[in-house]
Design a protein. Structure first.
Length: 88
């Protein structure tokens, strides 16, 4: 079984959402077997920023969806999108 690198984009509920708090919550909700490699705040438009989360996980069935669902449940997160995905 190999490893997969995934780049997620988390969009906040609004401009007032504290992305530092979201980043802390993301680190706390990561399922087992998933390593967060980096997080970056990126400007989107009209003052809205997104949180880019780079993670590495095993290439096991269903793990990507479970990570996506865990991130979607973080307070302040409106949506989660997989931007890039690739085998290591």
């Amino acid at each position: 079984m190999g490893a997969v690198a995934v780049l997620f984009r988390l969009m906040p509920h609004g401009v007032e959402t504290d992305l530092k708090a979201v980043a802390s919550a993301v680190r706390a909700t990561v399922p087992g077997g998933v390593q967060i490699r980096a997080m970056q705040v990126k400007d989107v438009a009209f003052g809205i920023k997104s949180l880019l989360v780079s993670a590495v996980m095993d290439d096991a069935g269903g793990i990507l969806e479970s990570v996506e669902h865990a991130f979607a449940k973080v307070p302040g997160v409106e949506s989660v999108e997989v931007m890039e995905e690739g085998l290591l």
